[in-house]
Design a protein around this ligand. Structure first.
Ligand code: ATP
Length: 449
């Protein structure tokens, strides 16, 4: 983990938040490469689950909602984790993470002191609107994006022509005052979720089929972004572990260096949310759906696939990280070298262009190639091109390998003569000569595949 964290800082993926002020525990800032990687993942997810489907539509809702939403959803009463505190060292723990026996007093894993009895700790961050800090002005920062999809259910039905089954998708920030944040970006206080609430006919008691379909689609997505299926496993939630709204939940658990932990979740939320919002909404809005064929009215049930953005990034980095003993050749110094085998689609930089020497004709030619590629390949999604003319060519290759750039293009003295360049593939290390005039088509094929 330390190797990944230091690579992230050194190369500009992820920095500790507020670093020059001593940091803010468990906050992280995405640097130039991290921001691009995050954008690539979110854009691909949106394309995969929203743009390419007829049955899913997207929304982008406000972060702060009327506090009554969180009462109706059960979050004010029930979005809690069991908190225990050591009476000696005052370290806090999540009782469910300590596997505390309900019958026995447990000792602090840090100092051996006596722990307090578990107490329900609400994870929602509270803030106040306007100048007066009183309860009447209190609002919560949303702890999940899901509720906005339920609260807008009627608006979606009225403003679109969509029929069941259909999904509402959203990507956005969520905030949780976690008791034990940590493990780099795995458990943080503010993070992004990519969620779908998939509404299904209640009358059709076939939620298991939809659940199975979504499980398959989530696995396909993981394959699509290059995660090795050997590196994650599915875990079924036990009955006493299920959230207050769920009848069945499974977790996709990734084998992180610090243990096998939840990457994504898939839950059958029944009609819990829509029913509650129908009961509690202050306008008395009916949240039933009318079947266009039969005229039957009912509250749909919901399957919820949920994906954390930060955990996707961490899984992708862990999956792609490889240390090559003895280096990769090309003038390497026979030590360990890192190659980040990111899938081409999510790599933050797609192509790096190097002039072999810092000489004017090569620099000019390289700059011209960058300009042409930007113009001709501009339609490819997030097609970021880097130009690098500093250090030996071996060093430049290593730098790009470390950040996962799939292709490097070297402009040499022959280029000026024969109008061709050397393209080097990150994974196979194969080099081939490609005509400058063919380069756009070459990359178009590589990235469209
Ligand atoms: P955990 O058991 O790890 O606390 P959870 O079951 O509470 O997670 P969900 O409520 O299912 O998580 O949230 C949906 C997704 O949001 C998770 O699968 C995860 O990818 C992401 N997520 C949840 N909490 C955090 C967090 N504190 N930091 C980063 N990502 C998170």
């Amino acid at each position: 983990m330390q190797k990944i964290i230091s690579l992230c800082k050194r190369r500009g993926f992820i920095y500790p938040g507020s670093e020059i002020y001593g940091g803010l525990a468990n906050s992280w800032d995405f640097g130039p490469l991290g921001a691009q990687l995050k954008k690539n993942i979110k854009d691909l997810w949106w394309q995969y689950f929203v743009v390419n489907r007829d049955d899913v539509i997207g929304i982008d809702a406000a972060l702060m909602m009327n506090p009554k939403v969180w009462e109706a959803s059960g979050h004010v009463a029930g979005f809690t984790d069991p908190l225990v505190e050591c009476k000696e060292c005052h370290q806090r723990f999540r009782a469910d993470h300590l596997e505390i026996s309900k019958l026995k007093t447990q000792n602090c894993p840090q100092c051996g002191g006596i722990l307090t009895q578990p107490k329900a700790f609400n994870l929602m961050f509270k803030t106040f609107i306007g100048p007066v800090d009183n309860q009447a002005n209190a609002v919560y920062l949303r702890p999940e994006t899901a509720q906005a999809m339920f609260v807008n259910f009627k608006n979606i039905l009225d403003s679109t022509r969509i029929d069941l089954p259909f999904g509402i998708a959203q990507i956005g920030k969520a905030f949780r005052n976690e008791i034990t944040p940590g493990n780099f970006i795995f458990r943080v206080l503010e993070f992004e979720q990519m969620e779908i609430e998939y509404f299904i006919p209640a009358s059709l008691q076939g939620w298991e089929k939809f659940f199975g379909d979504w499980q398959e689609q989530m696995s396909n997505w993981l394959k699509f972004i290059g995660i090795n299926s050997q590196n994650y496993a599915i875990r079924e939630h036990a009955k006493d572990e299920l959230s207050h709204y769920s009848k069945r939940t499974i977790d996709f658990e990734y084998k992180f260096p610090f243990g096998q932990k939840e990457l994504y979740g898939l839950a059958y939320r029944t009609d819990f949310d829509l029913k509650n919002h129908e009961k509690h909404n202050v306008l008395g809005v009916n949240l039933e759906y009318t079947d266009p064929q039969t005229g039957e009215k009912f509250i749909p049930h919901v399957i919820e696939p949920t994906f954390g953005v930060e955990r996707t990034i961490l899984a992708v980095l862990c999956d792609a990280f490889e240390e090559v003993e003895g280096g990769r050749g090309e003038g390497s110094r026979q030590e360990k070298e890192v190659v980040l085998r990111l899938d081409k689609k999510i790599a933050p930089i797609k192509v790096a262009i190097f002039p072999l020497a810092k000489k004017e004709p090569l620099i000019l030619k390289s700059r011209e190639i960058v300009k042409n590629l930007r113009q001709n390949c501009g339609h490819l999604p997030n097609f970021v091109i880097a130009y690098d003319d500093s250090g030996s060519i071996g060093k430049r290759y290593r730098r790009q390998d470390e950040i996962g750039t799939p292709y490097c293009v070297t402009v040499d003295f022959e280029t000026v003569e024969d109008q061709s360049v050397t393209v080097r593939d990150r994974d196979t290390m194969k080099q081939e000569r490609v005509g400058v005039g063919e380069l756009s088509k070459y990359f178009e094929e590589k990235f469209n595949k």
